[in-house]
Design a protein around this ligand. Structure first.
Ligand SMILES: NC(=O)c1ccc[n+]([C@@H]2O[C@H](COP(=O)([O-])OP(=O)(O)OC[C@H]3O[C@@H](n4cnc5c(N)ncnc54)[C@H](OP(=O)(O)O)[C@@H]3O)[C@@H](O)[C@H]2O)c1
Length: 391
């Protein structure tokens, strides 16, 4: 079997590192061609040496020389690029077969879209791309023959629970409902009165998953589940009424699909991102992921309950944005990115995240999205409104 060439966008992050771990457990099957990071020059350079890559990209242009020097010291052969142009180049390299899209936030949109434009197998972790530009992204992938495989554990689970495919539509596949499970995050049982006092460190300490800081805060507010609803809407061509959220604190059932005949198919596993990463990398085959095996005899307590929308207002806002469509999810996402950054910098309280997103959504009217420029314009508008409110 010929090895497949892989670009990892966001290789220094949690999903990026896990991807390289899975690749290293399957020698000869993949070769890593390009890696990208935002500012972590040291880690990126180490990875470039370890995987002998051809292209290293640092998103912050001010660090290009530093990366060049770091690679030279380590004796690496990689060419160096920077900025959005570098990220887009890494995503579209003609010799690359697979692109892991694991940049966090809307910053991942253009390179992820480039991977779709160039017909790659796109392993999609960067949910924000679909949240803000779902229609543009799905059409671009379809026109260019790109195969989009979900890496988010819930969407990967849903994909696995539809073994007959869903290309002809959910109706045709007999699907009644898609049920996304949510752990509820670190504050599932914290008294509501204490939520305004929680710190970034507490919010980033997820009970089951080890993830980057932004998605950890999103998991604590349940905005992550809201973004996932919108992601699922585009990935599976679902209408809002077909999507539900169920709290499942143990994170063993990663999501479910309910069928017309009463069957419910679920995918289970220990909470370790290497399972969905390995699944998407090798699909339709199965490869070693280094994941601890699930022992259901030790999981005596698998519980489920509906979400509490008063405790987690961000989930309600995301449902609202999904139903409104057009620019509403762009506004939701941009305002959330600004609010989460402000919370992580200790400029606003945890509970202000939801109210700030809500205020930005109320201020900005929902308008039509026809192309990428419309997306970028609304993203910018919502960011500046959110920044004004943070001040
Ligand atoms: N972590 C998980 O378990 C998980 C699960 C499901 C889905 N996801 C999704 O996967 C994506 C990545 O999450 P993560 O947890 O891996 O994030 P992370 O640990 O924060 O890593 C983010 C990666 O993106 C790079 N990056 C950050 N800002 C950038 C920018 N402006 N331009 C270019 N690159 C940038 C970072 O580089 P530096 O290291 O240099 O900052 C890093 O390589 C997110 O969309 C998240 O929602 C994550």
């Amino acid at each position: 079997m010929n090895s497949e060439a892989v670009t990892v966008l966001g290789s220094t992050g949690s999903v990026g590192e896990n991807t390289l771990d899975v690749i290293s457990r399957n020698p000869g099957r993949y070769r890593v061609t390009a890696l990208t990071a935002h500012r972590n020059v040291e880690r990126l350079a180490e990875q470039c040496v370890r995987f002998d890559v051809q292209l290293a990209v640092i998103a912050d242009p001010a660090l290009e020389n530093e990366l060049y020097s770091a690679l030279k010291v380590l004796g690496a052969n990689a060419a160096v690029m920077s900025g959005q142009a570098g990220l887009v180049a890494a995503a579209g390299l003609s010799e690359v077969d697979i692109v892991m899209a694991a940049i966090v936030g809307a910053a991942g949109l253009k390179p992820t879209l480039r991977a779709a434009e160039t017909g790659k197998k796109v392993l999609l972790a960067n949910k924000e791309s679909l949240v803000i530009a779902g229609d543009v992204f799905v059409k671009t992938a379809r026109i260019n023959g790109a195969r989009v495989l979900p890496v988010d554990s819930e969407h990967n689970a849903i994909f696995q629970a539809m073994p007959g495919g869903f290309e002809e539509g959910l109706e045709q596949a007999g699907v009644e409902k898609i049920i996304l499970t949510a752990s509820g995050g670190p504050f599932l049982n914290t008294p509501t009165a204490q939520l305004s006092q929680v710190t970034p460190a507490q919010a980033c300490k997820h009970p089951n998953w080890d993830m980057g800081r932004k998605i950890s805060v999103d998991s604590a507010t349940l905005m992550n589940k809201g973004l996932e609803l919108i992601e699922a809407r585009w990935l599976f061509n679902a209408h809002p009424g077909q999507l539900e959220v169920l709290i499942h604190p143990q994170s063993i059932v990663h999501s479910m699909v309910a069928y017309r005949d009463g069957s419910v198919l679920a995918q289970l596993g220990n909470p370790d991102m290497r399972t969905p990463i390995a699944h998407a990398l090798a699909w339709p085959e199965r490869i070693e992921a280094g994941v601890e095996r699930l022992n259901l005899a030790q999981e005596s307590d698998l519980s489920f309950c509906p979400p509490d929308f008063d405790r987690f207002p961000c989930l309600g806002l995301a449902f609202e944005a999904m139903r409104a469509g057009e620019s509403a999810p762009v506004t939701l996402n941009a305002a959330n990115e600004i609010a989460v950054e402000a919370f992580l910098d200790e400029r606003i309280a945890f509970t202000r995240i939801g109210s700030l997103v809500s205020e930005v959504m109320q201020c900005l009217e929902v308008s039509a999205i026809n192309n990428l420029d419309d997306v970028l314009m609304h993203d910018k508008l919502a960011r500046s409104k959110a920044m004004e409110l943070v001040k």
